[in-house]
Write a protein that binds this ligand. Structure first.
Ligand SMILES: O=C(CO)[C@H](O)[C@H](O)COP(=O)(O)O
Length: 247
């Protein structure tokens, strides 16, 4: 493995393990998707086995669900949370942890390289604390400068949504499978348009609202105002913990 990859993996592991260390017995968690959160799920499984940590987590994708099962992390579905007995303004989960593709100075995010952004947003929105785990390559001044914004669409609506995204200043491309011919199909059976912004996004909040309003869009990867903590893992194994108050 080349040095850059080894460094990135060490940084991701540090962030993942720091996230697992924030967890206390009795907590209900959101379990994110991606290579950084995978280290957190692995560490949580170890704590369940070795310390008898009593937790359960809602997975944000088939991938997260499989990983949690593999590492012995007990799982919950939204049905198990008893949401009908919890006030709408109260939090059903104590802490959700997840990776990100971009983090802005004001803690807004781009997510969805793994095409799990919609379930990830549903789960993060239920949590009292949303902890984002990154390596330093994810820090950006402007969202959209490092990664396109994933937009999950109904297949029949793709041409209409593409046209609307062009109207919002993006160049959309349909995400194609790597080990499959044709488009990537999400856990919901839908497609993903990657909306590229040549100069990044000057003002993400109105853009997020505009994309949410397009007919045929299930959701997108801009996460505005949701993050409470960012854990930045570094290649030497240390972790910088940023909290929203500092942002
Ligand atoms: O949003 C995501 C999946 O939909 C991931 O959390 C994001 O892509 C970060 O992944 P990684 O930790 O592998 O860099």
């Amino acid at each position: 493995m080349d040095n850059a990859k080894t460094d990135a993996n060490a940084a991701k592991r540090a962030a993942g393990e720091a996230a697992a260390a924030l967890v206390e017995s009795g907590m209900r968690l959101g379990l994110g998707t991606g290579s950084t959160t995978a280290y957190a799920i692995e560490a949580l499984g170890r704590r369940v086995r070795e310390e008898g940590l009593d937790i359960a987590g809602v997975p944000t994708s088939f991938a997260a669900e499989r990983l949690a099962r593999q590492h012995g992390v007990p799982l919950l579905s939204l049905d198990d949370l008893g949401l009908d007995t919890i006030a709408p303004e109260a939090h059903a989960l104590d802490l959700a942890m997840d990776g990100a593709d971009e983090v802005s100075p004001s803690f807004d995010l781009t997510k969805g390289r793994g095409a799990a952004q919609v379930r990830e947003k549903v789960v993060a929105a239920l949590a009292a604390r949303f902890v984002v785990l990154i390596d330093p390559s994810k820090d950006v001044d402007r969202l959209g400068s490092r990664m396109p914004i994933p937009v999950e669409v109904l297949p029949m609506a793709e041409p209409a949504v593409s046209r609307s995204l062009r109207g919002l200043g993006a160049e959309p491309t349909l995400r194609m499978g790597q080990s499959k011919d044709g488009p990537v199909v999400t856990d919901q059976g839908l497609w993903v348009l990657d909306a590229h912004f040549a100069d990044g996004i000057a003002d993400p909040e109105p853009l997020a609202t505009a994309i949410d309003g397009l007919p045929g869009v299930l959701g997108h990867g801009l996460f505005i105002g949701m993050t409470s903590d960012v854990l930045v893992g570094l290649p030497d194994g240390s972790v910088e913990h940023r909290t929203r108050e500092e942002a």
